[in-house]
Design a protein around this ligand. Structure first.
Ligand code: FE2
Length: 160
């Protein structure tokens, strides 16, 4: 059923919306991972890591909204259902229960790093299909890479 007609060709829309949907799953999963760590982190750096994690959650949620709405604007309904995230999400995830601060920092640095690498592939993929989508993905990558840097900077062996 075509409800929202696209300004793109079928192929350009397919490529763009696949990149947006995959990014949506990564971002929603990342926001859940961030909250899980925010609630379960323990250790001497609790306060700073607890607060820093909420910055990631907030960024991931904002960007998720942006990519979902871009997909809708291009005529493809975004899928942010819990069951879809549970089935498809594949960034580094957390174990159950309390989480040492250094472990939370390491996992978030890895998850953000993986998210950025995938986004870079999608930036390449959308180069021909839709520069507007590509531009959104570039902005999101810049922000996630900044978040990753801040965890990475804390994740120096022997620093704590
Ligand atoms: Fe909180």
């Amino acid at each position: 059923m075509t409800v929202v007609r696209s300004t793109l060709s079928d192929e350009a829309r397919r490529v763009s919306c696949e990149a947006l949907q995959d990014t949506l799953v990564d971002l929603l999963g990342l926001s859940l991972t961030g909250k899980q760590a925010h609630w379960n982190v323990v250790g001497p750096r609790f306060r700073s890591v607890h607060l820093q994690l909420d910055e990631v959650v907030s960024a991931a949620r904002t960007h998720a909204d942006t990519v979902a709405e871009r997909s809708a604007a291009l005529g493809v309904p975004p899928d942010g259902r819990a069951e879809t995230i549970a089935k498809v999400f594949s960034l580094p995830a957390l174990k159950e229960g309390w989480l040492r601060d250094e472990e939370a920092v390491a996992v978030m640095a890895q998850a953000l790093g993986s998210a950025v690498m995938r986004l870079r592939e999608r930036i390449d993929a959308t180069e021909k299909a839709d520069l507007v989508t590509q531009d959104l993905l570039i902005s999101i990558t810049a922000d996630l890479e900044k978040q990753r840097w801040m965890f990475e900077a804390e994740n120096v062996p022997g620093a704590s």
